[in-house]
Design a protein. Structure first.
Length: 289
């Protein structure tokens, strides 16, 4: 069974090669043939030359993008490339900085045997960030559920069968939000427990601002439901505060209207033409093993 690990990277080559070392050290059953595809998001920091071989990784390719697309679109491009240009049974997208624990690849592969070709997600049970960020992350999940009706407790770290990859590359939302698109295209998801790890080098790149954008991008996938529920909230809230209207009581309405505007703008990122032509953005491909 051929498994491809898909890793987007921008400049952080030191972390990626440490991750490759750890993937190479995994003790996998003989039935699994592991390959790696790295999507280089137009890094402006040159990677170091590899002076070692990875005996337990069948092949390693680097797709060098012509211009910077962003994390989500690199995953989308990688999925499209793999589906159209490679042979595979499952794809495991994961971050290359250490926050996705490579040991959990073994848990994904164990779960494959009784998954009946359903996608498997790493459900976040524990995070490594500070308490304020953890609270904000929980609020993000609650708000997403309240306004979309979708409970999304996973990120990029998943294990996708071929049929799911095909669905994702036909869904324009994949160009904007990976986890939102997966939840939209697949109703039956199998989960494994996943612990968010610490970066190999440097601080986490998931800032409070990035978390807000991430949350709104997911909501934009389900914007029809979001707009309906937002409208109902506005009507009910206005009726509740009509006798006590003030600048203070208007704050929730202002925040929601800003969210509606932001979600509408983010929804414009769902450009199927760009997605279909994404492989044209690959400048060249390095086969380093």
């Amino acid at each position: 069974m051929k498994i491809i690990v898909l890793i987007p990277v921008y400049n952080d080559w030191k972390s990626v090669f440490k991750l490759l070392d750890e993937i190479n050290d995994l003790s996998l059953e003989d039935e699994f043939q592991l390959s790696v595809i790295i999507v280089n998001d137009a890094s402006n920091f040159d990677r170091q030359e590899i002076e070692k071989s990875f005996e337990n990784i069948n092949s390693i390719k680097i797709l060098n993008m012509e211009k910077n697309l962003g994390h989500t679109r690199c995953i989308a491009t990688g999925l499209k490339y793999i589906f159209e240009k490679d042979q595979f049974d499952y794809v495991i997208p994961m971050d290359g900085d250490g926050e996705d624990n490579p040991d959990e690849i073994k848990e994904f592969l164990k779960k494959i045997k009784d998954s009946h070709e359903k996608p498997i997600v790493g459900e976040r049970l524990k995070r490594s960030e500070n308490m304020i960020f953890k609270i904000c992350y929980q609020l993000h999940k609650i708000i997403t559920f309240v306004f979309t009706g979708k409970s999304i407790k996973f990120g990029n770290y998943t294990c996708l069968p071929k049929l799911t990859v095909e669905k994702l590359i036909k869904e324009k939302a994949t160009w904007n939000s990976f986890s939102g698109s997966l939840k939209k295209t697949e109703n039956n998801l199998i989960s494994i427990p996943s612990r968010r790890g610490s970066r190999y080098y440097g601080p986490s790149q998931m800032s409070f601002t990035n978390l807000i954008k991430h949350s709104l991008s997911i909501i934009s996938v389900f914007r029809k439901t979001f707009l309906i529920r937002s409208g109902l909230f506005i009507i009910i809230y206005i009726l509740m505060i009509k006798n006590n209207a003030s600048i203070i009581t208007s704050i929730p309405l202002i925040i929601l209207l800003i969210a509606v505007y932001s979600v509408s703008n983010l929804a414009l990122r769902e450009n199927m033409d760009e997605f279909k032509n994404s492989l044209n953005q690959i400048k060249n491909i390095d086969e380093i093993q």
